[in-house]
Design a protein around this ligand. Structure first.
Ligand SMILES: *[C@@H]1O[C@H](CO)[C@@H](O)[C@H](O)[C@H]1NC(C)=O
Ligand SMILES: *[C@@H]1O[C@H](CO)[C@@H](O)[C@H](O)[C@H]1NC(C)=O
Ligand SMILES: *[C@@H]1O[C@H](CO)[C@@H](O)[C@H](O)[C@H]1NC(C)=O
Length: 329
């Protein structure tokens, strides 16, 4: 009796154990390496890097297949005709129906001269400070930057001065330019730092972002600016998010930087990324500020920067793109 009871209890435990093992197999406990482990790993790899055309081709195909950046990265008259419903990618159940107010603001089709050859994607990480990477960045054929970063003289040596595409988050328009209700001229003036670039705005990601984005378009148009506003296509942003989720990035929302890297992997023959280092300590064990221009921390839990960095690091190691961390030669 006692033996039977013990044996059945044993089999219950065994069954439970098997269940737990199966569970762990299907949903592995996810452990990110610590900052120190990552720094050590980057130091171990050193400056060695060689281009891998197989990897570059593979990722171009993967991203073309999932997300069709050539045709879809911006909202165009071609992919978003009158009456088309654009579903916001950052909110549930909100949409914008293309109407006679928004349709005329869209470009006819993707205006980029493709394929792009060498591309620089510039994140805003503090690791760019004293990097001397400005010349390197500017030497590319196409330079992409994130979130209207400052490009004043004091930063040129580290971050360069050329821009071909810059992203502009509506929240920056709201905060820095009071939603363009009375500072349109100041906005257009400050945009001169980006030359005749494309201004890439996620106008259809969050509902409150649409009006400031449309106002930014009109401000630039009214002052005959040389810039071309491109509205980010929410379908493209959604498909890129899904792509990285399938490749192990568990963020609620991707950072602008990873969106741009994805775009570059799809459109460029060679990608170098600068200023992507989401850790507070550098390779020389000195503290690193959050941005190259300030040390304001973002609110946490929204992006998954270290996870994103690890994806980029894998791409670097396989020679698919080049990550510049620390000083440029
Ligand atoms: C080149 O990239 C391919 C595809 O990502 C990968 O399988 C291969 O190992 C890479 N080669 C080297 C030398 O890293
Ligand atoms: C836009 O559409 C609305 C309703 O469909 C119409 O009343 C209005 O006249 C149109 N405006 C222009 C400029 O075509
Ligand atoms: C536009 O570009 C031209 C030549 O590149 C320049 O002369 C002009 O000042 C620019 N206009 C604005 C508003 O930036």
């Amino acid at each position: 009796m006692l033996v039977r009871c013990a044996r059945s209890r044993l089999s219950v435990w065994a069954a439970l154990g098997v269940l737990v093992l199966c569970w762990l197999y299907i949903f592995p406990v996810y452990r990110l390496p610590s900052d120190k482990e990552i720094v050590d790993e980057v130091l171990r790899q050193g400056a060695a890097w060689s281009k891998n055309l197989t990897g570059i081709g593979l990722y171009r195909n993967l991203i073309t297949k999932c997300c069709d950046p050539k045709r879809m990265f911006a909202v165009t008259k071609e992919n978003s005709p009158m009456g088309k419903v654009l579903w916001y990618d950052g909110e549930f159940y909100h949409s914008h129906t293309v109407n006679n107010e928004t349709y005329p603001l869209f470009v006819q089709e993707t205006p980029l001269q493709l394929p792009l050859k060498k591309c620089s994607v510039v994140g805003n990480g503090g690791v760019l400070k004293n990097s001397g990477c400005g010349r390197d960045i500017d030497q590319a054929d196409f330079v992409m930057r994130c979130n209207l970063p400052p490009l004043s003289k004091e930063y040129t040596e580290d971050v360069g001065s050329r821009t071909n595409l810059v992203t502009a988050n509506p929240s920056i328009i709201e905060k820095r330019f009071q939603s363009l209700l009375w500072s349109r001229k100041a906005f257009v003036e400050s945009m001169k730092a980006y030359g005749s670039s494309y201004v890439y705005m996620p106008a259809f990601s969050m509902k409150p972002g649409t009006d400031p984005s449309l106002r930014a378009y009109h401000a630039l148009a009214d002052f005959s600016s040389n810039q071309t506003v491109l509205f980010a296509n929410p379908d493209f942003l959604k498909s890129v998010g899904k792509f990285w989720k399938a490749h192990g990035v568990h963020a609620k929302r991707l950072s602008t930087g990873l969106f741009l890297v994805s775009l570059a992997l799809g459109l460029c023959e060679e990608v170098t990324a600068y200023g992507f280092w989401p850790f507070s300590v550098g390779l020389d064990e000195q503290p690193v500020s959050h941005h190259y221009y300030d040390n304001v921390l973002p609110f946490s839990g929204f992006h998954a920067m270290p996870e994103e960095f690890l994806r980029l690091w894998h791409l670097h190691k396989s020679g698919t793109l080049r990550l510049r961390i620390g000083r440029c030669p």
